[in-house]
Design a protein around this ligand. Sequence first.
Ligand code: NZQ
Ligand code: ZN
Length: 385
Amino acid sequence: MYNFTFNIPTKIHFGKDTISSLSELKAYGSKVLLVYGGGSIKKNGLYDTAMKILKDAGLTVFELSGVEPNPKIETVRKGVEICKNEGIDMVLAIGGGSTIDCSKVVAAGAKYDGDAWDLVLDGSKVKAALPIFDVLTLSATGTEMDPFAVISDMSKNEKWGTGSPYMVPTMSILNPEYTFSVSKKQTAAGTADMMSHTMENYFSMENADCQKFMAEGLLRTMIKNGPVALAQPDNYEARANLMWAGTHAINGVVGDGCSPAWCVHPMEHELSAFYDITHGEGLAILTPAWMEHILNDDTLPMFVEFAKNVWGLSGDDDYALAHAGIDALKKFFFETMGIPANLRAVGITDDRNFEVMAKKACEGSKGSFVPLSKDDIVEIYRAAF
Ligand code: NZQ
Ligand code: ZN
């Protein structure tokens, strides 16, 4: 286990009726920028509820709406402008990962003199940020308790993750009821995303039993509750288990001390940068292809553990067991959760960008569990095609 500093200063209010905690924002100033997406929070009544609490708390609310899935830098710039022009004191995101990520970079951009894209390319340039608050409405990214944000510039086909301790939310409200209205597609994609975070951390050569066994527990939680949430969208316990597991998949609990650089995420970010696909679907399609590509004598023990401890499989032939574990993952994603099984099924019908995408993804995945060359990544894209 390598050295790490574990420090997550996010206060979490988890459960029913926690929305009233929004009144705590008044301790941070008087002007709040409310950031949301394409309207789901208006349909489910959350917008009205939040507005009432904010106004009763004496806060003046400014709005940035229309944050896109795979949030765009243009929207971030709009938010930064509002913050600077209006002297905003804090940012409140209500929505999924895209809305929260956008808010994080808006909050940092408000304290930065140059263009916010600089902060996407280099998180170390973030030297301050407005306080960030959020109400999470989709369990997936873990952004509610992590320092990361992922922003796209489609004009350049670029989608990059950035991170800074200043972008960790001050407070997150996690009410599983708010995820009842998440569609089947996004529920499945979100489950795949949190599973991918856990697996990116899990597949490692470090002897970190504590993190490994916790990661196996998280994966089992997601595998058990994902299908329940799909079949019964308003099953509180399933939604609650997914929500809390998703938060822990990326907040450092299972990654600190053992996680290598991630590699499936950089590969997926290229797919989204070129084709604007749903992040979790891209991850689900790429992960089994990546696993099959890197299975060898060195990685075999990890895949055997994965098959046994995550999927409850057994057998004497280690390679057969490893393949059975990967097959179980495929079956879970593509049959149980109904996620499209290949790139063509999400609309990527040509392979002409694979070389350029692989070159960029290869830079992003340096130091991963099994280092991947550009050619390896092209092969993985082709296997997933
Ligand atoms: O925009 P609205 O109208 O709110 O609709 C959204 C959107 O269309 C909808 N939705 C959200 N909550 C809902 C709901 N619909 C009904 N009921 C609700 N309660 O779902 C759609 C997708 O939302 P989005 O925020 O894009 O999804 P997600 O949370 O999966 O976020 C994906 C983004 O996060 C990035 C991804 O790359 C992608 O850009 N990631 C962020 C990470 C981080 N900050 O740590 C890590 C991840 O690996 C990931 O890369
Ligand atoms: Zn992800």
